[in-house]
Design a binder for this molecule. Sequence first.
Ligand SMILES: [Zn+2]
Ligand SMILES: [Zn+2]
Length: 471
Amino acid sequence: MTDENPITLEAAVQQVIGELDGPTAVAEVVRRVLALWPSAAKRPEQTVRNQLSQHWNRTWVYPDAQTVTPLRVVMQGVRLRIVLSRLEIKHGALFFEPNFRGFARLQADPASFTLLDAAGQPLPARPVKIKIEHKSPFGDYTFEAAAWDVAPWLKGLKARDGDSLLVTIEDWETGRYRLEHEPAAKRRLDEVDRANRELADLLFGALERAHSESISGVEAILKAYARMADPRGYPGDPWMKVVAQDSRMKLFGDDIRYPESYAPIERILDGARPRPKALSVSAGQRQQVYRFKAAFKHRPGLWRCIEIQGGQTLKDLDGVMRGAFGHDFSDHMSGFWRKLRRGDSKRFREVEIGTIAPFGGEGEGANTRIASIGLAVGDELKYVYDFGDWIEHTITLEAIGEPEQGVEYPRVVAQNKPNYQDCERCKAQGRQTRAIWVCHHCSSEQGRAVLLCQDCLFAEHEEHYADEIVY
Ligand SMILES: [Zn+2]
Ligand SMILES: [Zn+2]
């Protein structure tokens, strides 16, 4: 706040939003805020934009990056579905959470709400707290859930668990909600499905576009309702159920994430992270041959073409990778990730599909069959050998075809044209011999690559740490 300003930036923003009657360009909102809150700062517009993107006490939403719409307008007349739970029927109550999550003002006091019946008459809905016992891995506990006692009304309607209350938001700002009872048998399943699908696609689209691999569920639901074709029509399922039913995403606390993303706490609890489900593999798919082009990530000129059958495993692919790129078979873990394009963007997310323990061991992905990963031509895998040195490779699926008679898979069928180097010790003695070893000891001591033939390595570098050169 600057000295000459009679109001804070926060208050100026709230006032301008309060005066909007529909979707408005962000630039226009910024202009109006600056008229109320003049600033001598270098980039006052940016200060206002930053304030607008705060999540705290949000009363507006960005349906897209250039537009601001007040939630009061977005939510006016919106309809949503509450599915009555057994607990609600038992207590003759309606819970505030999670029924109204996303559809009530932030930090709104449920006691200040007005609930109306289908005819628009205020319901005798007494705010109450209901004790709920909860079992958790940290021990059992009880908490008090905010609810309304609507027992006589529910009784009069003969409401049962599984029935719906169709809620119309009459006034989002003051918290007026009209409730209409719909017995479970009256549910219009096709329309619910259609509404669910639209909402799920909007939420998943938002996740795909997000910079991080996580979005706030409430933020996303507000945005989705601002973009929905008919948010005032017949309502689909509660949004948390829609997310739970969609295999593309998962609710972690209040956040929507990819199912393979994992909350650290869950990882600690069950010691494993969720993994994409392996697809079932038919006999024909087991036979099919996958042709991959594999290359060092940082030296893409060094590549190998590898063929492997659908019924073979990541352990088999790991074996041929180790051989082809000169990695040790008896030391170090390795791992595979699948790279998934996010929406139609150029950004990818990486989903771990398995780790492989060295020779003799197993690892979490050892038995995953190639065909069960569900790869299409053009898809990419990331392969890392040695989680210490982190030697990264890119594996691209080039083709899927039928096996050749009498061929043993996996096999290397092609590679880059090698650029052979000479042994420096032989060269010094006037001979030209192909170098096949790099001596790491001498290389690091001399600050250059020391390349040697087999004989010269044994002659002078036997005690040194060396690796075979990959050509
Ligand atoms: Zn030599
Ligand atoms: Zn050496």
